[in-house]
Design a protein around this ligand. Structure first.
Ligand code: BG6
Length: 507
């Protein structure tokens, strides 16, 4: 799909000028109602939206899944799960208590329908029950994306008419390589218009990711230096301390590259590197993001490193290696770590490498973008211990900004010392409770596609990593100890350019 195929924006603006409005009435149909995503993220997000007064009295929520249960049973299960979050500090959602009024608002709108996602009958029944605005949320395994959309189309459920909208929300993974992503886009666009398709990348629901646009374009001092004249390189990191947990079955055929790079890391990349959009119009922003992703030169194997965690330690406890995890083959060659050096073929970034790394069971939990500036062109301090200026955008677990500067150490001589100024956004703003899906659900209800992935951008992301996917196939992986900074090859990737990764953990 090319940008010329993209329908003109309906004028929705991401830039809020006044009070946020209540979303219009609609029926939210959740395929995968019994699944983890529904319990862990969608219900808490709907609850938070209800608490913010952002949902319409006319909202209905219909859950569909294979399981035998009643609407009352579903409501009770979800009520219990919501309650259990108050005791679980590790969950994304951990309120001190559940407000009965706000949860009651959601609970009384829930109805459950047993249905096979691949049976026409399920959709015939839905078509009888649904009128007016509807959102079909596909919280299901990726193999159902195509069939569900085909059935929705065949049952006439995607026909928009009489001022009513019909939208489809699709979770990741969107394809497993360029060819499959193209095929899935074509299949979906056979049934629905691009303007009806909302492809989720949950990184775009993170506040700090959205704030990159404000940082870059609302601060006049940054734009003049945001280019190859002043920036030496950029490091983008999404490091986790956890392993694959219960997801070995999904992860084995997927690996770190497919799981994280063309989607989540490319979202960070496009936010930090895109050209300024002409306005906050959704399509203008999405045009610039797609243009940037299309300018990424396809990555070759000599510009990338793949690793897999061996046994080691996590927070002082011995942990097993990836090959010992459940549903993982004993001689698996799936990578749990990927590092890539990217080049962007446009005037702004000519000659500036973007280094991306992501992995599991690493030394620290850290999602951030670190922009490394060039040394001053005037050689006044040449030959001294001049530190690089680095601006870091902290996304997880902290949200904020820090910048490393050079200053004079106190004393009679001119000796430099590096200092860091840091800002935690939480010290300045009170954020409404969020699990990261609130904005995405609300934006879908109001029809603002800014934070959703358009077909062309998805395909551009896959195109950039496709040569690597093909080259890696079943190639060997480099082992790294759990709790370490990753494979030695990743350090070598930067060392041969005379650079080094920032540490993943303090100290
Ligand atoms: C998911 C991946 O999309 O993102 C997971 O499938 C990964 O493997 C997760 O752990 C990371 O997201 P977050 O928001 O926890 O950084």
């Amino acid at each position: 799909m090319s940008r010329s195929d993209v329908p003109a924006s309906d004028g929705k603006q991401k830039l809020a000028s006044s009070e946020v409005e209540t979303a219009p009435p609609c029926t939210l149909v959740i395929f995968g109602a019994a699944g983890d995503l529904t319990k862990r993220l969608l219900m808490p997000a709907l609850y938070n939206l209800a608490a913010g007064g952002l949902l319409s009295e006319g909202l209905k929520i219909v859950g569909i899944d294979h399981n035998d249960r009643t609407s009352e049973g579903w409501r009770d299960d979800l009520s219990q799960t919501m309650q259990s979050f108050t005791q679980d500090r590790t969950s994304e959602f951990h309120p001190d208590s559940i407000d009965p009024h706000h949860w009651g608002f959601i609970r009384e709108r829930l109805t459950f329908t047993k249905g096979d996602f691949e049976a026409a009958e399920t959709y015939r029944r839905l078509a009888q029950d649904i009128g007016g605005n509807a959102i079909f949320y596909l919280a299901v395994s990726a193999r159902f994306f195509g069939p569900v959309v085909d059935h929705l189309g065949a049952a006439g459920l995607l026909k928009e008419g009489e001022g009513a909208f019909r939208r489809v929300v699709i979770e990741k993974p969107f394809g497993t390589d360029l060819a499959s992503a193209r095929a899935l886009n074509a299949r979906i666009l056979n049934q629905a218009d691009e303007s009806q398709v909302f492809r989720i990348d949950h990184f775009l629901g993170k506040e700090t990711v959205q704030s990159i646009l404000a940082l870059r374009f609302a601060n006049a001092m940054l734009e003049p230096i945001w280019n190859a004249h002043h920036i030496d390189h950029v490091q983008i990191t999404a490091a986790e301390t956890i392993g694959v947990e219960q997801r070995g079955g999904f992860y084995e055929p997927t690996g770190a590259l497919r799981d994280m790079v063309p989607n989540h890391l490319f979202q960070l990349l496009s936010m930090v590197a895109m050209e300024p959009p002409g306005s906050f119009d959704a399509e203008e922003i999405r045009n610039e993001k797609a243009r940037l992703e299309e300018a990424v030169r396809p990555v070759t194997p000599d510009q990338a490193v793949r690793g897999q965690y061996a046994s080691g330690e996590e927070h002082g406890h011995a942990v097993r290696g990836y090959r010992e995890e459940a549903d993982v083959s004993a001689d698996s060659r799936t990578e749990t770590y990927a590092a890539l050096k990217l080049s962007i073929d446009n005037p702004r970034w000519s000659g500036v490498p973007f280094y991306l790394r992501t992995g599991k069971r690493l030394a620290g939990r850290l999602t951030e973008i670190a922009v490394h500036f060039k040394p001053p062109s005037h050689g006044l301090f040449a030959g001294t211990d001049l530190a690089p200026n680095i601006m870091r955008v902290h996304i997880d677990p902290d949200q904020g900004l820090s910048t490393q500067w050079n200053t004079k150490r106190p004393g009679p001589d001119m000796h430099l010392g590096a200092v860091t100024s840091s800002v935690r956004f939480g010290d300045f703003f009170t954020e409404a409770p969020s699990v990261g899906y609130e904005t995405l659900i609300y934006d879908c209800m109001i029809g603002d596609p800014t934070l959703f992935q358009r077909a062309d951008a998805i395909e551009a992301g896959w195109a950039a990593v496709d040569p690597l996917i093909r080259a890696w196939g079943d190639a060997p992986v480099e082992l790294y100890a759990s709790g370490s900074n990753g494979p030695a090859g990743a350090d070598a990737l930067l060392a041969c350019d005379g650079r080094a990764w920032l540490p993943l953990a303090e100290g």
